[in-house]
Design a protein around this ligand. Structure first.
Ligand code: SAH
Ligand code: SF4
Length: 387
């Protein structure tokens, strides 16, 4: 029997383990605090525990399941990608993005992905396996420690290579002094994999990270991105924890969407949008639609108009009696994937697409990318097996 993985346990599990070991319940809470508040991952450093208990933890449980193979930096050190090897040799990636007023970690939920979207590096490799809850939680704890080290090393943004193209410094209009970002402030489940295809483990990770007795991440500071698994969206609508939902749409009609996102065959647009409407009706929350722009494929103005009509609830015949979806569109210029014949939409086409949506009354922004040169941007996380 392998040792139980500590990061796979919630507080109740930890209390049960400690009870088995004949320890009082408060010891479990001490350990939980060390793990999720103090971010300690070495039992030897849990100095508030008796040394016998520390030894037992070291020999009879597993702390880190993720072995860091490499860390890569970009954007003057403010984008940091970790490559982790899992015990079975699969490889996943986690990205920490540090901004003047916040720090966001992008978490992988699967090693690889089964969905096979044609524009995505992760999808090209297929699914190796689901990540465990602990493996997702550990990525966030790594990012938290990484942020702390980065701050302690004095590598505040003022020292970074931080000039915009026009020579101004991008942190200059920061609302608070940069060094005050003391913790990871946002978690996005947008790394490798499809979170809703690993629903139970992923949701347990959300709950763990949210737990006010532990890591205490606000629900509104967490975002999940899904390829559009309508059944998972319906399930999420009933969870009662208001995390943000982003849905990868990428096309305004079924023919094109099925060509780009094969799972559309199982959850066609009508089903997906019905599930989304159920979600907004039940939660009162606005969803984001992500739309990767591929030159000449899905970025024509008539496609922008079709998208706008779809989201405003209008029919092709032009009736304006539809009920608009409570939503926002996030346009993502495609990040190149080696060997792909697809192309990234030119700036002017992106702007024109956005304008059509705005003119039609659909809120729409263009995502500012990070980490392109270290393949840390959306859809560039490829992973694979450790060498
Ligand atoms: N599987 C989930 C979450 C991971 S992908 C999903 O598909 O939503 C996170 C986001 O990156 C998705 O919106 C996805 O469509 C987008 N993406 C994938 N490949 C991309 C690429 N090469 N360039 C830009 N965005 C990409
Ligand atoms: Fe999987 Fe998302 Fe990539 Fe599609 S875009 S292959 S769902 S990770």
């Amino acid at each position: 029997m392998p040792n139980p993985a500590l990061y796979d346990m919630n507080l109740a599990d930890l209390e049960a383990l400690l009870r088995d070991w004949g320890q009082p319940a408060f010891r479990a809470r001490q350990i939980y605090r060390q793990l999720y508040v103090n971010l300690v991952h070495d039992p030897a450093l849990m100095t508030d525990l008796p040394s016998r208990l520390r030894e037992r933890l070291a020999t009879e449980t597993t702390f880190d399941a993720l072995r860091r193979v490499r860390t890569q930096e970009a954007d003057g050190g403010t984008t940091r990608k970790a490559i982790f090897a899992l015990p079975d040799g699969a490889v996943i990636e986690t990205v920490l993005m540090i901004y003047p007023d916040r720090a966001t970690v992008c978490v992988s939920t699967q090693a690889g992905c089964a969905m096979g979207c044609v524009f995505c590096a992760t999808g090209k490799r297929g699914l190796l396996r689901n990540l465990s809850t602990g493996e997702m939680v550990e990525q966030v704890l790594w990012a938290s420690r990484e942020l702390r080290h980065w701050q302690d090393a004095g590598s505040g943004l003022q020292d970074a290579d931080d000039r915009r193209d026009d020579g101004t410094r991008w942190w200059a209009d920061a609302p608070i002094p940069v060094r005050q970002i003391s913790r990871v402030s946002n978690i996005v489940f947008m790394g490798m994999g499809e979170p809703l295809a690993n629903y139970d483990r992923w949701w347990a990770a959300v709950q763990r990270l949210h737990d006010p007795q532990g890591f205490n991440m606000g629900a509104r500071s967490m975002t999940v991105s899904t390829v559009g698994l309508a059944d998972g969206i319906r399930r999420l609508a009933h969870e009662g924890l208001p995390i943000n939902l982003a849905i990868s749409l990428h096309a305004p009609d079924d023919a094109l969407r099925s060509a780009l996102v094969p799972i559309n065959e199982h959850f066609p647009l009508a089903d997906l949008l019905a599930a989304t409407r159920e979600y907004t009706a039940l939660t009162g929350r606005r969803v984001s639609f992500e739309y990767v722009l591929l030159q000449g494929r899905n970025d024509h103005p008539h496609q922008a108009l079709a998208l706008a009509k779809l989201l405003r609830g209008h029919t092709a015949e032009g009736a304006d009696r539809g009920v608009p979806l409570l939503c926002h569109v996030n346009l993502i210029p495609w990040n190149p994937v080696p060997g792909s014949p697809l192309g990234r939409s030119e700036h002017l086409r992106v702007a024109a697409f956005q304008q059509v949506l705005l003119d039609y009354g659909v809120a729409c922004t263009v995502r500012v990318e990070r980490g392109g040169e270290i393949a840390a941007a959306c859809g560039q996380l490829a992973g694979g097996h450790a060498a």
